[in-house]
Design a protein around this ligand. Structure first.
Ligand SMILES: [Zn+2]
Length: 112
């Protein structure tokens, strides 16, 4: 058994079995910001559902410094199943937040 990454969807799993059986990639979605282009400019992301696809889009877009959602900016996006071009696009407002990071270092004790 080996811990591997799927080349297609980038998910990590134990080979040869995913949790529920042989690995199958989650559905592919197209996510785009309608104020910055149309569906053809969208990102293709693998996700379990529409909402997760919007959240993955936010993570990728913010990691490239495009929107500053981590700083409270809200962005409207549209999500459509990549293999369901006749389906209705779903709208989401995505935003993010910074998580605080804590650290501890040993305190030097000075004897009197
Ligand atoms: Zn996969």
């Amino acid at each position: 058994m080996a811990y591997v990454q799927c080349e297609q969807c980038k998910a990590h799993y134990f080979e040869p079995y995913d949790r529920i059986g042989p690995h199958r990639c989650p559905p592919l979605f197209v996510v785009w910001d309608p104020e910055n282009g149309d569906e053809r400019d969208g990102r293709r992301v693998y996700a379990s559902d529409y909402q997760s696809a919007a959240e993955k889009w936010a993570d990728l877009a913010d990691s490239e410094g495009e929107y500053g959602m981590w700083d409270g900016n809200e962005v409207d996006v549209l999500v459509r199943g990549a293999n369901d071009l006749s389906g209705e696009a779903q709208a989401f407002v995505v935003s993010g937040q910074m998580h605080p990071t804590y650290s501890a270092t040993p305190k030097r004790v000075t004897s009197p």
